[in-house]
Design a protein. Structure first.
Length: 639
């Protein structure tokens, strides 16, 4: 702290932004641990319909018990994570205290090793407790926080809310992901040791697939025996009918039919009979009809594969016999490589001479309803799809030949990012682990950080290399990789400002044309400042869609107070709102001008209205946004 004080005294505007020393600055100087949360915004589809009666009964059961532990189980694709997210938002809307932790945010997010680590999970829960329930923590907020204190924090919150006649609900979703990703129960056990037994006034809710006992930690079974687990049901016909009404506008050619309650009822009955209300089957059925340009009719539904009561795996089995062999081969390729494929790259991999382009396009179309085409390419809509494909007896016959083809594509034609991220892993899958074990070194980590590679990939490759060193019993190499792993984690997680400074140059140089693409594929890894830089770059490229995505994300973070800012850091209003002002200045929507003025006026009592307008004008001037400057000048308060 003495060294930091000397530095502050000798340098103008240190600590930033204005040289005023705040409590957060003193804590950082004393190496006070700053809690940093992980993103928990699990996307709820626009057409989501929960099982209403079950939702009401389950919520009442949680709130009525005051203290305890409940396990919600369900087959793959039944909607456990969506249900948990919907339940959490319902508690928020009713001002009922709750925090949550998702081990996975779905297939559109790459499950990072960070999320599986028990210390990061505990810290994220504590971050959200400090952000949303500071009054319940009381004097604990004045102590240097450690993840090991999670149980003590929960006990304090439980006691506080019990005194108000309420219950703090802690929702932990996706426990089965830990075993599936790590093949170890150690991280899950350690987190549950922080949570269990539940303190007075705290209700723990865990969501999990009904896995075997050897994939479950004993502490969970001790506090929540399997015969007390609650199973999430499929949707009944009224719920399916409600879901069908949400898709009326997807079929404009049937506009008149889709307005008929009788017609919607018949569709719902046909879907319910075919899929028994399985949510994932509803999605697949709709996408198949849309992809094939079919009318939404009972006949079209009847012609598609069904989903018996056994679950989504039965649907996959029926579909597997209905699609052509070449489509199955494509699914084997995607399952074997386990990374997103740009659609043109599948053709380049399977047909290097481009002799069968039309056929491969048609083969992809046959299974397109099972996939999502996002920024990085084709990926499964749900992880249960690859789980089904990899368990097929014939998958081993396809696996190695397809991996060899993928390796050839990665080495010769793949964009730089794909080559860097996946070549070593494919070689390792083929039995050659030398590149993965020997490749990562200090120079590799520095270059990866300088090129702004995704933190999830840097850490994942280092982790895989460490596992190889363990298998070979190479202790010196393991120690070296462990230090690099810690260095990479520190750089990716705690130096957001430095990475943001580098990004401007990286975008301008355009050494990697796919840089914005793979950055936007994991927006939770981006700070607000980085989103502003990407938005500005998108405007220079004429990409309005990306600009709007960045703006929407910044606005959502501001509403949910989930920026890359540590709890207790007391960020200035500039840190919170500068991205909002910068993006508004870039926009060509003149309607934003009065909104910015309203924002300034609303902060008169804080004495910062003039500074807000001054900074907004500076951004408008930097963007040469003359129309907005004139519009602002014409408004009454600015006259």
């Amino acid at each position: 702290m003495k060294e930091q004080l000397r530095f502050w005294a000798c340098h103008r505007n240190e600590p930033p932004p204005d040289g005023f020393i705040g409590l957060a600055d003193v804590r950082r100087a004393a190496h006070w641990h700053e809690l940093e949360g992980l993103a928990q915004e699990y996307a709820i589809p626009d057409d989501y319909v929960p099982p209403q009666t079950f939702l009401r009964d389950f919520a009442q059961n949680v709130l009525r018990r005051r203290t305890g532990c409940l396990v919600l189980s369900g087959s793959p694709g039944i909607g456990k994570s969506t249900f948990i997210s919907h339940l959490y938002k319902g508690f928020q809307a009713k001002n009922l205290p709750a925090v949550r932790y998702h081990y996975s945010l779905g297939t559109n997010h790459h499950t990072s090793g960070f999320r599986l680590d028990h210390l990061r999970a505990a810290e994220s829960l504590m971050h959200d407790l400090a952000r949303d329930h500071p009054q319940a923590l009381g004097p604990l907020l004045n102590e240097n926080p450690r993840p090991e204190d999670l149980h003590k924090w929960l006990a304090a919150c439980g006691e506080y809310y019990a005194g108000e006649g309420k219950t703090l609900t802690v929702l932990v979703d996706g426990l089965d992901h830990v075993w599936r990703e790590r093949r170890s129960l150690l991280e899950l056990t350690r987190l549950l040791e922080y949570l269990l037994p539940p303190p007075e006034g705290v209700m723990l809710v865990f969501a999990i697939q009904p896995v075997d006992n050897d994939q479950l930690t004993p502490i969970l079974l001790r506090h929540a025996p399997r015969d007390h687990w609650v199973r999430l049901p499929q949707l009944d016909q009224p719920a399916v009918e409600q879901w069908a009404r949400k898709h009326v506008h997807d079929f404009p050619s049937q506009a008149e039919q889709m307005q008929s309650a009788v017609f919607i009822g018949r569709l719902a009955f046909a879907i319910q009979r075919k899929g028994h209300g399985h949510p994932l089957h509803l999605r697949y059925t709709l996408k198949a009809i849309l992809e094939r340009n079919l009318a939404f009719t009972e006949e079209a539904i009847a012609a598609l594969p069904g989903c018996p009561h056994e679950g989504i795996t039965a649907y996959y089995k029926e579909l597997w016999h209905a699609i052509p062999e070449q489509s199955r081969a494509i699914m084997h390729l995607l399952a074997a490589t386990h990374f997103p494929w740009p659609s043109q790259s599948i053709i380049a991999c399977l047909d290097p001479r481009h002799e069968h382009i039309a056929r491969i396009r048609d083969d992809v179309r046959q299974v397109a309803h099972l996939l999502v085409h996002d920024d990085l390419g084709l990926r499964p809509f749900h992880s249960s799809l690859f789980a089904f494909v990899t368990q097929l007896p014939e998958h081993q016959d396809y696996r190695n030949p397809h991996l060899h083809k993928a390796l050839l594509w990665l080495q010769k034609e793949a964009p730089d990012y794909w080559r860097w991220a996946y070549t070593w892993k494919v070689e390792d899958a083929l039995g050659n682990d030398a590149p993965l074990n020997q490749g990562p070194n200090r120079q590799w980590v520095v270059e990866a950080l300088a090129a702004r590679r995704p933190s999830r990939d840097i850490i994942s490759l280092l982790h895989s290399s460490m596992e190889g060193a363990l298998r070979h019993g190479d202790l010196p190499r393991l120690v070296e990789l462990g230090l690099l792993h810690d260095y990479g984690t520190e750089a990716c997680e705690y130096h957001h400002g430095i990475r943001a400074q580098l990004l401007y140059t990286q975008l301008k140089l355009e050494d990697d044309p796919y840089l914005p693409t793979w950055l936007l594929a994991d927006m939770d890894d981006l700070t607000d400042g980085e989103l502003v830089l990407i938005a500005e770059h998108a405007l220079t490229q004429g990409d309005v869609e990306v600009f709007n995505r960045c703006g929407d994300t910044v606005a959502a973070r501001l509403r949910n107070d989930c920026q890359h800012l540590a709890v207790g850091s007391y960020p200035s209003w500039q840190q919170r709102h500068m991205p909002q002002l910068a993006l508004a200045a870039m926009s060509d929507d003149v309607q934003l001008v009065p909104h910015m003025l309203d924002f300034a006026v609303a902060n008169r009592e804080h004495g910062i209205s003039q500074e807000i307008l001054s900074l907004y004008c500076e951004h408008l001037r930097a963007q040469c946004n003359i129309d907005h400057l004139r519009a602002l000048r014409a408004l009454p308060c600015c006259g």
